[in-house]
Write a protein of this length. Sequence first.
Length: 412
Amino acid sequence: MSIRRANSEDEQSAKALKISKLLLGDPDHGVDPKSVSEIRAIMGFKQRKSVYDYIKIAVKLGYLQLDSTGKPILPKKSASQKFKLYSEKHELSKDDYIKYWLDKQNLKKGGSGIQMAHSMFSYLLRFFNTLRITPEQLIYEKSPKVVEDYRDEYIKSVKAGTDWKQKTGRKSDMPNLMLRMNYSLVSLCSVHGISWERGTPSMSRKITGHGKYSHVRLTDQEFEKADKYLIEKYGVNSNEYRWFWVGVETCCRFNALFSMKLQYDIIKGSDSKRTFIMSAFESKTKEIKDGIFTKWIKRANTQKALEALKKIGGTKIYQTDLSNQKFRDEMEESMKDLFKHLGKDPDSLFFKRATHVLRHLGAHYWLAKGNYTNHVLVAKVGGWHTVDELIKSYGEVPPEKVNEELDKYDYQ
């Protein structure tokens, strides 16, 4: 018999006793018996076989009894603990642990915390349905280690492509998924007495990879090529043209772009060039100016595209009879087609998040206008929290811009 790690007899006995208690549960206190899979996660074993090995020890030590067939006598789980996928008929929000957490979230920041909970809730739904466990099973041991083990098991499922997920048609960005899942689990567990010290690496909620997408940009020549392709294929007065260029010029996230109203004021500069002043609502940064950000549309063709739509009664920056999801899918496919034309890597962010990438392109579009010396201005244009955030994420100066500055020096 092979036991995970070389333990002393006392340590093995203690683990065997704990496993027997988990298998038997505690009916008098309403604690249901745990399955082998649940025990594997609780104990931190890599394989189910380790649980079975300790069950043999538990039998040998008298912690478990055998039936007439030689199998351990174990109680059956109550019907309430037989897992069902959380869906409309079996809503996760009705779970007592989740309801308590949602109530706590609703009290945060004058009620705005519940908006954050909606996002975290979707991650928790995916988490529990993938592992086929309930919130009680996650929280029962009051153990950070148990939570981390379950989280690690979930990530393995994601990497293997066997995780449960809602039909969004979007691929998982692993670093972002890990960050959001950690946020969600820590938020849920903290109100139920499970906590981690600030900065604990295993449950980090710190955004890593700042600058990871600093190379996700288009050169001036690529922007010209993109503009030409969109005009030839769709025309200036098209959803595709407006979606790309308004997305780039405003640096909006998808939801802000999708809900953006076709309302603008026109101002003229000293050179008589027109600027359309618009506004966008960014729910992700609602705590800043109530989420309302001013946007500047400077390109003449973008302005023409918006004017043309407004003349025929348009109320948003696009016109469609499709459902929200179908329209989103249509725009995503159009952008992917454009990026394919530009020769971008199919495994890059251009294809993984074909609309969100417009925010990245917009950052570089405006930074390039100032030769990457105008971060304060661009942070204002794009609605970044701080200039430091913009610099960390997009501030790496492209090689050709460095070369432009170096060319100004005298090398004789």
